[in-house]
Design a protein around this ligand. Sequence first.
Ligand SMILES: C[S@@+](CC[C@H](N)C(=O)[O-])C[C@H]1O[C@@H](n2cnc3c(N)ncnc32)[C@H](O)[C@@H]1O
Length: 316
Amino acid sequence: MKSKESLFNYINPNIEYSIVCDDALNALKSLEENHFDLIITSPPYNIGKSYENKTTISEYLNFQENIISELVRVLSNEGSICWQVGNYVNKGEIFPLDIFYYDIFKKFGLKLRNRIIWHFGHGLHASNRFSGRYETILWFTKSDNYIFNLDDVRIPSKYPGKKHFKGPNKGKLSGNPKGKNPSDIWNIVLKDWETGLWNIPNVKSNHPEKTEHPCQFPVELVERCLLALTNKNSWVLDPFVGVGSTAIAALKNERNVVGIDKEKSYCDVSKKRIKQLINGELKLRPIDKPIYVPSNSDKNGKYPKEWQGLVNRNGM
Ligand SMILES: C[S@@+](CC[C@H](N)C(=O)[O-])C[C@H]1O[C@@H](n2cnc3c(N)ncnc32)[C@H](O)[C@@H]1O
């Protein structure tokens, strides 16, 4: 763990934050226009979680459109919106929410830069369709002149020593010493705590970031967007901040942040996590930590002897 002294440098004391416990639409009305370089959120999906009343998809989208109108107003001209969603499910039929949201954002003149696939290797097992293993992030910008710091989020190349084999650069290294573009498919561990992945013996029994919230997203997912799409001292907003993952990612990287959530208990957890971060006590999964792969000695990674004879056509 870092010493108190280095933490003081690590979290810039001039950076501001606020957790507003209110209905998002109401709270947004009091925010300054053209202020935020990044608005990043995972809105409610209308699937009947404890913090939402499930309605028809059209009622749900009407409500969200009012919110988005306010978000566009407070977004800076160089700013971005990252809208992280999965599926709304009704009687076994799935409605990928990004398809519906796309038209709303276009109505406000925003431009789509990437539809990022957030892929995770584990999750609930479906029996009447293929198991869902990704959600998406729609990244929109307000203008063509937007902040994009690719170098801050490059990842290690697989073959850094690769050289051009023909042409004028023949024999010269072909990659970028800072690493490669992370692409639009991100393998960031989802809620490990819900999947059993972390219950494997000798691996942690709980994800370090787990709180009481049922749909928390990982801090490292926010960090990648935030490092690429904002500068130090930028302002970041999450209108559905839950237990404060966006706020933590922002403060950790010297960005000012406003988070809104209507549930007091989640706002309390956000404030507590922020205090823990400032005191150097918050446990976080480090950004870009490799995803756990079972080793040969891990008994949970082997085909169990009780299943011998129940072979499928892949020979497992
Ligand atoms: C998918 S969760 C976001 C979780 C968050 N990304 C995190 O990591 O903790 C959606 C959040 O929206 C909040 N919410 C739902 N309707 C709201 C509204 N009208 N105004 C403000 N917050 C709302 C819920 O309380 C919930 O915490």
